[in-house]
Design a protein around this ligand. Structure first.
Ligand SMILES: CC(C)(COP(=O)(O)OP(=O)(O)OC[C@H]1O[C@@H](n2cnc3c(N)ncnc32)[C@H](O[C@H]2O[C@H](COP(=O)(O)OP(=O)(O)OP(=O)(O)O)[C@@H](O)[C@H]2O)[C@@H]1O)[C@@H](O)C(=O)NCCC(=O)NCCS
Ligand SMILES: Nc1ncnc2[nH]cnc12
Length: 263
């Protein structure tokens, strides 16, 4: 059985393998528990409108999308083709969840990553910036004015998801992936992401004060490492309705790369 790393080295990752890993990575994130403010298999976190069933329906609705966008990446398709594919996936997600936004950010982030891996499994970050960097930079400025997170990002001078992509996902490659590889746990990796990410969900839900509070609590857990501390922080997040959805997506993206033996 050839391992994933050697498949990457031999550049033999198929769109099917990439897409399957992306779907499983979304489940890796959902199944992680406890998590601060986020939905798990047994908790709604800070959300009244969604639970594990909502996320599972969403996750299943996306499994063909990741294969399709990895295929587009292998073909070096223009960004417009990726965007159409992503928007179609958002519609399927919303149909599966009854209109609830579970994975819009994950569709964007993991979709771009699947396309980049399809283009160059050995260096997806270079492929992302080389093939679609100019389009991402153009959209990260124009889109900020229209979407809730982009509005919050602009209001507080934060780096939105689009801007993170236009920079080649620095938090993913420089914080999340090393954290997941170094351990000791996915929960530690999630808190390392929360500590540094300009998570527009936190800013939209709790303002700049909410984002800075969440980042400080992440540093508190990283200094202590006890599960009881993570649970206490989770209760405080729920009390404040904080939910680090961007950090959750970034963790899922790191799980995707590890599953494929990349980076
Ligand atoms: C390009 C878009 C992602 C929109 O562009 P924008 O730059 O405005 O993105 P943001 O608003 O900053 O973030 C959008 C979602 O991405 C996640 N996210 C947040 N911060 C970051 C970050 N710094 N880096 C990476 N990702 C980030 C987050 O998504 C997750 O959280 C959502 C669920 O949480 P919840 O609080 O429940 O959200 P709501 O339901 O909206 O709030 P409530 O009503 O419950 O209060 C969920 O989406 C998770 O995935 C941000 O929400 C993209 O939307 C877009 O333009 N798509 C078009 C297609 C396209 O361009 N595709 C390209 C090829 S695939
Ligand atoms: N587990 C989760 N809970 C809430 N929002 C999310 N966005 C991505 N994953 C999430």
């Amino acid at each position: 059985m050839i391992g994933a790393a050697s498949l990457v080295a031999r550049r033999r990752l198929s769109p099917q393998q990439i897409g399957r890993a992306a779907t499983l990575a979304l489940h890796d994130e959902l199944a992680l528990a406890p998590k601060p403010g986020l939905v798990t298999l047994t908790s709604r976190g800070s959300h009244e409108d969604m639970d594990a069933h909502t996320f599972m329906r969403s996750l299943f609705s996306l499994r063909s999308y990741f294969v399709r966008i990895a295929t587009l990446g292998r073909e070096h398709a223009p960004f417009e083709a990726l965007e159409r594919c992503g928007i179609e996936a958002e519609q399927r997600m919303l149909a599966a969840t009854g209109g609830i936004n579970t994975h819009r950010g994950a569709i964007f982030m993991l979709g771009l990553l699947c396309a980049a891996i399809g283009a160059n499994a050995q260096d997806p970050r270079a492929a992302l910036l080389g093939l679609w960097g100019e389009a991402l930079r153009a959209r990260s400025s124009e889109r900020r004015s229209t979407l809730p997170g982009g509005i919050a990002a602009r209001r507080y001078g934060l780096r939105s998801a689009s801007e993170e992509a236009a920079l080649g996902f620095p938090v993913l490659f420089e914080t999340a992936l090393p954290a997941l590889r170094e351990g000791p746990s996915r929960l530690h990796a999630l808190f390392r992401i929360i500590a540094v990410l300009d998570d527009s969900n936190l800013a939209r839900r709790g303002g700049l004060e909410g984002l800075r509070f969440a980042q400080a609590q992440a540093r508190r857990f990283l200094a202590d490492g006890r599960i009881e501390t993570a649970e206490a922080i989770g209760r405080e997040f729920v009390h404040r309705r904080l939910s680090p959805g961007g950090a959750a997506d970034t963790l899922a993206a790191a799980c995707l790369l590890v599953r494929l033996g990349i980076g």
